[in-house]
Write a protein that binds this ligand. Sequence first.
Ligand SMILES: NC(=O)c1ccc[n+]([C@@H]2O[C@H](COP(=O)([O-])OP(=O)(O)OC[C@H]3O[C@@H](n4cnc5c(N)ncnc54)[C@H](OP(=O)(O)O)[C@@H]3O)[C@@H](O)[C@H]2O)c1
Length: 251
Amino acid sequence: MNYFIITGASKGLGEGLAMELLQEDHHLLCISRTESEQLKKMAAAKNVSLDFFLYDLSDTQGIPDLIEKIFKKIDREQAKGVYLVNNAGLIRPVNRVEDCPPKEVDKHMRVNLLAPMLLTSGFIKHLQDWKVEKRILNISSGAAKNPYYGWSCYCTGKAGLDMFGLCVSEEQKNEEHPVKTMAVAPGIIDTGMQSTIRSTSARDFIHRDKFVSFKETGQLVSPALAGKKLAHLLLSDKFTDGEITDIRDDY
Ligand SMILES: NC(=O)c1ccc[n+]([C@@H]2O[C@H](COP(=O)([O-])OP(=O)(O)OC[C@H]3O[C@@H](n4cnc5c(N)ncnc54)[C@H](OP(=O)(O)O)[C@@H]3O)[C@@H](O)[C@H]2O)c1
């Protein structure tokens, strides 16, 4: 059995990925504040085990207990592989730095950076002496490498997540059964996050019109297609520990 812990599988890219992972001998363990009825129905129709853990990832203090609960669902005897996909994320606040409300900055960094760090820590701890395939896929963005006016939180969180993954790889690479970590920028996908970007004011995000035109000219990829590519990468030999890549380049 392969177990997949996926954050943000209730909508957007995470839902697209989870749908693609609804395969025989897979068990999906999904973390988000809301559920996807469609995903639950599809899992039931395909007879694939799927659990939703309703949780607000900005509550970082509770993450060790959450991981504990999730691992109670994982049967060590049955497990061939355990996978963690740090996908949940938000774009707000979109503003110049001095105009970002401190509470929103705090929440952003908790969800986009601290939660993946703590989930990773719990994942590694629980799997320490398990002789199984262990993989973490961090969902990155072009914003990890390129600064954008108005996206200081988002760019910083994604850059931090990329670097965090590299540090984890350094710590794990000489282990007998290492946790392999890879980060992938998934392209521009037609999700709620993109509609939030288009709804910001051009004053707060000076590139807004470019993102409006991506939508108008049909350049956004569907969550289903992006999810299919990510699932393929996650399960394939192309999954490379310590690599940061862009799904549009190779996959
Ligand atoms: N869309 C793009 O073009 C694009 C491009 C590059 C990278 N990405 C990255 O792809 C990932 C997915 O984004 P998306 O576009 O699919 O966004 P989305 O449609 O807005 O979905 C975000 C997901 O994250 C979950 N989430 C948000 N806040 C949460 C919280 N406090 N606690 C728990 N779960 C939370 C949401 O679940 P609930 O609302 O149910 O909690 C939802 O499932 C993000 O990491 C994003 O940065 C997206």
